[in-house]
Design a protein around this ligand. Structure first.
Ligand code: HEC
Ligand code: HEC
Length: 104
C-alpha cells in the first residue's frame, strides 16, 4: 500500500517538474540558435551608445521616437529587421519595423 504521505510527495514532485518545464520560456536574445535568436553580422562591434546593454534596451525607442536618432542609422548594422528588431518586437507585441524602400 502506498502511504498517504508518499503519494502527496509524488504529487508535489510532479507539480514542481511541470512548473519548472513551463517557466522555461525562450526569449529573444543575441547569439544562440532557434527562431528567437537575434541575428547580428559576425565581427560587428556595437556602437558606444549601446552600452550598457540593458539601458539601451530600455531607451532605444526614446532615441528614435524623439527624432534624436533615425531608424536609418540602425539599419546600417541591423540591415534586416526581420532577423533582428522584429523578432523581439513581434514577440513582445511592439510595432513592426519596416524598411523604407529608397525612392529612386
Ligand atoms: C555600428 C553597428 C550598429 C549600429 C549602427 C546599431 N547597432 Fe544595435 N547592435 C549592434 C551589435 C553588434 C549588437 C550586438 C550586441 C552587442 O554587442 O551589444 C547590437 C545590439 C542591439 C540591441 C540589443 C539586443 C540585445 O538583446 O542585447 C538592440 C535593441 C539594438 N542593437 C538596437 C539598435 C537600434 C535601435 C539602433 C539604431 C538607433 C542600432 N541598434 C544601431 C550593432 C549596431
Ligand atoms: C530585444 C528586444 C528588442 C530589439 C532587438 C529591438 N527592440 Fe525596439 N523595442 C523593444 C521594446 C521592449 C520596445 C517598447 C515597446 C512598447 O513600449 O510597447 C521597443 C520599442 C521600439 C520603438 C518605439 C515603438 C513605439 O510604438 O513607440 C522603436 C521605433 C523601436 N523599438 C525600434 C527598434 C529598431 C529599429 C530595432 C532594430 C534595429 C529594435 N527596435 C530592436 C525591444 C526591442
Amino acid at each position: 500500500m502506498i502511504s498517504r504521505s508518499s503519494l502527496c510527495a509524488a504529487i508535489i514532485f510532479f507539480m514542481l517538474i511541470t512548473a519548472a518545464a513551463c517557466s522555461r520560456v525562450e526569449k529573444p536574445a543575441v547569439g544562440g540558435k532557434g527562431p528567437l535568436s537575434l541575428q547580428v553580422a559576425e565581427g560587428l562591434a556595437s556602437p558606444n551608445y549601446h552600452k550598457p546593454a540593458d539601458i539601451w534596451m530600455a531607451a532605444h525607442m526614446d532615441q528614435l521616437n524623439s527624432g534624436r536618432m533615425k531608424q536609418q542609422e540602425c539599419l546600417g548594422c541591423h540591415s534586416e529587421p526581420d532577423n533582428f528588431c522584429n523578432k523581439c518586437h513581434l514577440y513582445i507585441g511592439a510595432k513592426k519595423i519596416i524598411v523604407q524602400k529608397a525612392v529612386l
